[in-house]
Each structure stands twice: as structure tokens, then as C-alpha cells.
Design a protein around this ligand. Structure first.
Ligand SMILES: Cc1ncc(COP(=O)(O)OP(=O)(O)O)c(N)n1
Ligand SMILES: Cc1nc(C(=O)O)sc1CCOP(=O)(O)O
Ligand SMILES: [Mg+2]
Length: 341
């Protein structure tokens, strides 16, 4: 669903089964088709790509075959352990995409995970809030960029980040083979659901549906926002904008929030166009939608971004590349609370 080759993170296609470590380089992105007429309903490995070959937090890289070693959810079979699909659920849809590797560890749709309270129960504490009503949880929105973190087990980074109070994760996998992207996204779904956090998939409606994500984020060169909204009426929909006009169009198309940026240039997305703080302010003034700033954001930016009317910050490298991602995430959460108080 992305435009022709978004830059900033890409992967060399890897053979099946999952390669032990897949190098992430700019390149093409494969697609997984959504069957026509699909009814759309809401719903570990660790091989970070640091030049030193060390994982976030300084730990060693681990191969995918160690997935079952350290289950994040208490499932002794590990994060990709088989789950029984609910017929008609996104899980069942996903099973159809399993292929020869037989991994079936898809988390059920969010509405049935049992994580509803943490996932945002209504004031009465009974009914889970629909993803579209949870934009307040985008305050510190972690972009889990496979180009930064690698194709290894998402658990160490995400357990740390989610444990630090981050309530929303975007899964961004550029130029990653479909099967691998699916398995990674499924593991991320499992972890986010366990923590009651939102999961938004970058670019790809098909992948979002396949793993039972809460939403999808599309840019100006991706599948048009009004088309996504028509196909997924209940999904949380984010749209990237740079101008007031784009923000108004996103609102008209049915977006739930806009991602605005870049605040500054960033190695995570080398084709990002900088609009700066003033550009962000202009976007915020043009729409009633929550505006999430993105692009090179650090903790020190949060007070100014809050004053500029931002509803949140989307952050990749300042967390993923930090020596201790959990600590970095906690600093963002604290700084946002302070800036908002
Ligand atoms: C929260 C948020 N805002 C903006 C973007 C950028 O989306 P896009 O312009 O489609 O670029 P890619 O991320 O697809 O390269 C985003 N991902 N998230
Ligand atoms: C994914 C993305 N979109 C951008 C935009 O300007 O639209 S900037 C960006 C990268 C965000 O990562 P980091 O926090 O490492 O800069
Ligand atoms: Mg995009």
C-alpha cells in the first residue's frame, strides 16, 4: 500500500524459513493481497541492526529459533506459539496466509484478547473502547521500525517500551518480505495486546487486518485514506500530512488522527520533508483531529511540541537506538506528562 519505495529502511528479501538475521536495506516491498469482499472488523526474535552487532540495551542478537525461549505473555511455547483461531476472526483470515511454515501464533482480535481493561475500557470499566476512540493513547507513539530494530524477536524492545508506559506502537516494515513482515507484526500484536496497547500498521491495510491490528497509518503516496476508511470503517486511521490542506483532506476522508512532520530531518526516513515547528502549528490550527508530530523528535522537543498544539509524538530512533530503550521510553512518557500538566 505504500508508494513506490519509501526510503529510510528497507530489507534484502530473505528466503523462507526466516533467516537468522536479515539485513535491512533500501529496496522493494512485497505485498499480501486482501481478498475482494473481505469483511473487515476491528480487531520472538531479536536481531537489532546496530553497527556493533549489539541489541538495544547492549544485549546480544538472538536468532529466530530462540523464539520459544522467553515467552513475553506467559505462554511457555513462546510468542509465536499456536493459537486456536476463532472462526471468522482476523486470526482465521491470517491462518489462510500461513504458508508452509505453519506458524499460527496470531493473537485474537483486540476485542477478545482479555486485555480490554488495559486496552481502554469505557468509564464503566466493562466495554472495551473502540480503537477509534483511543487517540489519546497516541501521546507517546513508538514507531517500531524494522529498519532500526532488525528482524529479531520484538519482545525485548517492546516489553521494555510498553512496560515504560507507551500505549501505542506503529509497526513499520519497509522492504521486508511479506511472510517475515507478517510474522513480526503478529508477534508485535501479541505483545501490544498483552500490554493493552494500540497497534497501528504502517502503510498496509492487508497486514493490519491479517494480524488483528487496531489501525493503519497511510501517507500521501499510499492507499488513499478515504478508500481505507471505506474498507475498514472501525479501524483507527492515521494519515500523514504536511500542510493545512492535507490535514483538512485527511479529516474529510475519515482519519482519526494526522501524523505531521517532519519536525526535522531524520535518518530513519531519508525522504522525509521538514516542516519544522511552524509547519506543525499550521497543521494543528487547520484541523480538529489530534495531530501527532514526527521526525527526529527528542525528549527536549516535547514542551515546545505540546505548546504548538500537538496531541502526541511519534518516535522511532530516539527510543529504538537508545542504549536502554525502556529508559528512553520512560523519559518520553514523563516529559510528555510534564509538558501536559
Ligand atoms: C505518525 C506517523 N506520521 C507520519 C508517518 C509517515 O508516513 P508516510 O508519509 O506514509 O511515510 P512512511 O512511514 O510510509 O515512509 C508515519 N509513518 N507515522
Ligand atoms: C516514519 C517517519 N515519517 C516522517 C515524516 O516526516 O512523515 S519522519 C519519520 C521517521 C521517524 O523516525 P525518527 O523518530 O527516528 O526520526
Ligand atoms: Mg506510508
Amino acid at each position: 500500500m505504500s508508494g513506490p519505495r519509501s526510503k529510510g529502511s528497507g530489507a534484502a528479501p530473505g528466503p523462507a524459513p526466516v533467516p537468522r538475521e536479515t539485513a535491512i536495506r533500501p529496496g522493494g516491498q512485497q505485498r499480501m493481497p486482501v481478498p475482494a469482499g473481505t469483511v473487515i472488523r476491528p480487531g520472538g526474535w531479536w536481531t537489532p541492526m546496530s553497527p556493533e552487532g549489539r541489541g538495544p540495551g547492549g544485549g546480544p542478537s538472538r536468532g529466530p529459533e530462540s523464539v520459544g525461549d522467553a515467552p513475553p505473555t506467559g505462554d511457555p511455547r513462546g510468542p509465536l506459539a499456536p493459537q486456536r483461531p476463532d472462526p471468522g476472526s482476523a486470526d482465521a483470515t491470517a491462518k489462510a496466509h500461513e504458508g508452509a511454515q505453519g506458524l499460527t501464533g496470531l493473537e485474537p482480535p483486540a476485542a477478545t484478547t482479555g486485555a480490554e481493561d488495559a486496552a481502554g475500557a469505557d468509564a464503566d470499566g466493562r466495554a472495551p473502547r473502540a480503537p477509534r476512540r483511543r487517540t489519546g493513547e497516541l501521546a507517546v507513539y513508538f514507531v517500531y521500525d524494522v529498519g532500526l530494530v532488525g528482524t529479531g524477536d520484538p519482545a525485548p524492545v517492546l516489553e521494555a517500551v510498553l512496560g515504560a508506559g507507551v500505549r501505542a506502537v506503529q509497526f513499520r516494515a519497509k522492504a521486508v518480505p511479506d511472510g517475515l513482515a507478517y510474522r513480526l507484526a503478529r508477534a508485535v500484536r501479541r505483545l501490544t495486546a498483552h500490554h493493552g496497547a494500540l497497534l497501528v500498521i504502517n502503510d498496509r491495510l492487508d497486514l493490519a487486518l491479517a494480524v488483528g491490528a487496531d489501525g493503519v497509518h497511510v501517507g500521501q503516496d499510499d492507499l488513499p485514506a478515504d478508500v481505507v476508511r471505506r474498507l475498514w470503517p472501525d479501524g483507527l486511521l492515521g494519515v500523514s500530512v504536511r500542510t493545512p490542506a492535507e490535514a483538512r483532506a485527511a479529516e474529510a476522508a475519515g482519519a482519526d488522527y494526522v501524523g505531521a512532520g517532519a519536525l526535522r530531518s531524520t535518518a530513519t526516513k531519508d525522504d522525509a520533508r521538514v516542516i519544522g515547528l511552524q509547519g506543525l502549528e499550521r497543521v494543528a490550527a487547520a484541523t480538529r483531529l489530534p495531530v501527532v508530530a514526527i521526525g527526529g523528535i527528542t525528549v527536549a522537543d516535547l514542551p515546545a511540541l505540546r505548546r504548538a498544539g500537538m496531541a502526541g509524538v511519534a518516535v522511532a530512533s530516539a527510543i529504538a537506538r537508545a542504549p536502554d530503550p525502556g529508559r528512553a521510553a520512560a523519559a518520553f512518557v514523563r516529559a510528555w506528562q510534564r509538558a501536559s500538566g
